[in-house]
Write a protein that binds this ligand. Structure first.
Ligand SMILES: Nc1nc2c(ncn2[C@@H]2O[C@H](COP(=O)(O)OP(=O)(O)OP(=O)(O)O)[C@@H](O)[C@H]2O)c(=O)[nH]1
Ligand SMILES: [Mg+2]
Length: 461
C-alpha cells in the first residue's frame, strides 16, 4: 500500500460538464472530509462505500465555497487502486478544478505522478503488469479492434497464457530440484523424457505467442505507413486523398513538403498512421536536405511503405534507389498521374515483388482509395481485420522481447538436457526462462522498468 495519499485531476483539463478530482490512499477520506460539506450535514468518514453524496467544496481555513460537487467514496480494497479512493465530481472548468485540486494538496495529499493510480493498482495486486499496460492501450485505442485487444488483455487473456506456461515450467523445476537435492534419487529415463516434453511444449507455446506479435503490434499501435517517392510525384496529394481533406500543401514546385506530417485514418479497424515525407533527392538546400534525411530515417521504421511514382516524368536514379531501399519491406508501388501522357514503360521497373497500382490521384481519387484499401488489407492478410476474438495477442515490444528471452532460455535448457549435462545446469536455464516470462506479468520486473512503463500514462490515471 502507498504510504501517502495521492491526488490528481482525472478528467481532461478544459471546459466540460464535470471535472473529477481523484484521491487515493490512507488519508483520502479524511482529506475529502475536511474540504467537503455534505448537504445532509453528515460526516464523510461514515459514508458507506460505493455511495454518492451531494454537497459543497469549502476551504476550511477561510470558509470560502469553491464549488458544489458530488462525492463518491470507494473503500479499500474494492477500488481501482485497492486503496481508499474518493472522487470529487465538480463543475468542469479549468480554474475550478485547479482550485479544488490545490485545496486537496494543501490538506495533505501529494500530486500523483503519471500513471501512479494504475501503478498502485499493480503494486497492490489488483492488476498484473500486462493488465496495467492494457489500461493504457484501452485509453489510447484508435480503432474498435484495438479496443477489443486491450479489453481482452485487461481481462487477463495474455496473463492467463503466460501463467499456464509458467506453471508447467515450475512443475519441471520442482522435480529437477528434488533430484539435485537428493542425488541418489536420480531422474529415471521416463522422467527425463517428461522434462524434455515439458520443455518442448513450452517452446511451442512461446512460439505461438510470438507469432501473434506482428498482428498485435499493428492492432495496438496502428500501421506506421510512410509515403515516399521523389519530389512532385503526388505524395502529399495521396495523403490528402486518403484523409479526404486538404491537410498537406500541394503545389507543382518539387520540394514542397519539408517537414513530415502524420495523420491517422481508420482502415476497417486497422489504424493507418500515415506519414507524408519530403521527396527524396539530392539537394543543396539545407532545410530540404534535413527533410530528406528525416524521410530516409522514417522509411527504415515503416511497417508499410507507399512508394509513389510519376507516370508522366521519366524514371530517375532516386526512383530506383527507393525501390532498392524498400526491397524487403511491406510495400505498395503507386504509379500516379496516369491522366497525362506516359513518359516511361512499366517494364523499366523490372521484376517487383510488390503490388503495383496505376492511377490518377487527380482524376479518380475515389478509385485510388478503394483500390489502395483493398491492397493494404490484402497485404496484412485476413487475420488482422477479422475480429481479434479473445485470443491472447502479444501487442508490445516489451512482451515480445521477454518471450524471445524465455524461448532462448528454454532452448538452452533443452540442449543442456539432451547433451546429458548435469540437471542443475538445466535448472539455471529454466529459471532464466521463468524470469523472462514473469517480466510480462510483473512478478519479476525491475523498478526502473516499472517507472518507464507508468511514465507513459497521463497524470490522474
Ligand atoms: N496531372 C496530375 N497531376 C497530379 C496528380 N497527382 C498530383 N498531381 C500534381 O502534382 C503536383 C505535386 O503534387 P504533390 O502532392 O505536392 O507532390 P509531392 O510528392 O508531395 O511533392 P513534394 O512535397 O515536393 O515532394 C501538384 O501540382 C499536384 O496537383 C495526378 O494524378 N495527375
Ligand atoms: Mg509533398
Amino acid at each position: 500500500m502507498g504510504e501517502d495519499t495521492i491526488a490528481a485531476v482525472a478528467t481532461p483539463l478544459g471546459e466540460g460538464g464535470i471535472g473529477i478530482i481523484r484521491l487515493s490512499g490512507p488519508q483520502a477520506l479524511a482529506i475529502a472530509d475536511e474540504m467537503f460539506r455534505r448537504k445532509d450535514g453528515q460526516n464523510l468518514l461514515a459514508q458507506p462505500t460505493y455511495t454518492l453524496r451531494y454537497g459543497k467544496v469549502v476551504d476550511p481555513k477561510t470558509g470560502r465555497q469553491l464549488d458544489e460537487a458530488i462525492v463518491l467514496v470507494m473503500r479499500a480494497p474494492h477500488s481501482y487502486t485497492a486503496e481508499d479512493v474518493v472522487e470529487i465530481q465538480c463543475h468542469g472548468g479549468v480554474v475550478v478544478i485547479r482550485e479544488v485540486l490545490n485545496l486537496a494538496l494543501e490538506l495533505g495529499a501529494r500530486l500523483a505522478e503519471p500513471g501512479e493510480f494504475t501503478k498502485r493498482a499493480f503494486l497492490n495486486g489488483r492488476l498484473d503488469l500486462a493488465q496495467a499496460e492494457a489500461v493504457l492501450d484501452l485509453i489510447q485505442a484508435q480503432t474498435r479492434q484495438g479496443l477489443e485487444v486491450a479489453v481482452d488483455q485487461l481481462e487477463g487473456s495474455l496473463s492467463r497464457r503466460i501463467g499456464q506456461i509458467r506453471e508447467r515450467l515450475y512443475d519441471l523445476a520442482v522435480r529437477i530440484e528434488a533430484s539435485i537435492d537428493f542425488p541418489e534419487d536420480d531422474l529415471p529415463d521416463v522422467e527425463l523424457a517428461w522434462v524434455e516434453r515439458g520443455l518442448r511444449d513450452a517452446v511451442a507455446h512461446t512460439e505461438e505467442l510470438l507469432a501473434t506479435a506482428d498482428e498485435g503490434k499493428i492492432l495496438r499501435e496502428g500501421l506506421k505507413t510512410v509515403i515516399t517517392g521523389k519530389p512532385n510525384v503526388g505524395k502529399s496529394s495521396l495523403l490528402n486523398t486518403l484523409l479526404n481533406e486538404n491537410r498537406a500543401l500541394v503545389t507543382d514546385i518539387p520540394g514542397t513538403t519539408r517537414d513530415t506530417i502524420e495523420e491517422v485514418v481508420n482502415l476497417r479497424g486497422v489504424a493507418l498512421r500515415l506519414i507524408d515525407t519530403a521527396g527524396i533527392r539530392e539537394s543543396s538546400d539545407l532545410v530540404e536536405r534535413l527533410g530528406v534525411e528525416r524521410s530516409l530515417q522514417l522509411l527504415q521504421e515503416a511497417d508499410l511503405v507507399l512508394h509513389v511514382l510519376d507516370r508522366s516524368e521519366g524514371l530517375s536514379p532516386e526512383d530506383f534507389q527507393i525501390l532498392e531501399l524498400t526491397r524487403d519491406m511491406r510495400r505498395i508501388v503507386l504509379v500516379n498521374k496516369t491522366d497525362l501522357p506516359p513518359a516511361w514503360d512499366l517494364a523499366e521497373l523490372g521484376e517487383l515483388d510488390a503490388p503495383l497500382l496505376e492511377m490518377s490521384l487527380l482524376k479518380e481519387p475515389g478509385r485510388v482509395v478503394t483500390a489502395l484499401s483493398e491492397t493494404i488489407l490484402g497485404l496484412l492478410g485476413e487475420r488482422v481485420h477479422s475480429s481479434a476474438g479473445s485470443r491472447a495477442l502479444v501487442t508490445r515490444a516489451r512482451h515480445k522481447q521477454a518471450l524471445q528471452q524465455a524461448k532462448k532460455g528454454l532452448e538452452e535448457a533443452l540442449n543442456t538436457l539432451l547433451a546429458g549435462l548435469p540437471l542443475d545446469l538445466v535448472a539455471v536455464d529454466l529459471y532464466h526462462a521463468l524470469e523472462a516470462l514473469g517480466e510480462i506479468t510483473g512478478e519479476t520486473v525491475r523498478e526502473n522498468v516499472l517507472d518507464r512503463i507508468f511514465a507513459e500514462f497521463c497524470i490522474g490515471k
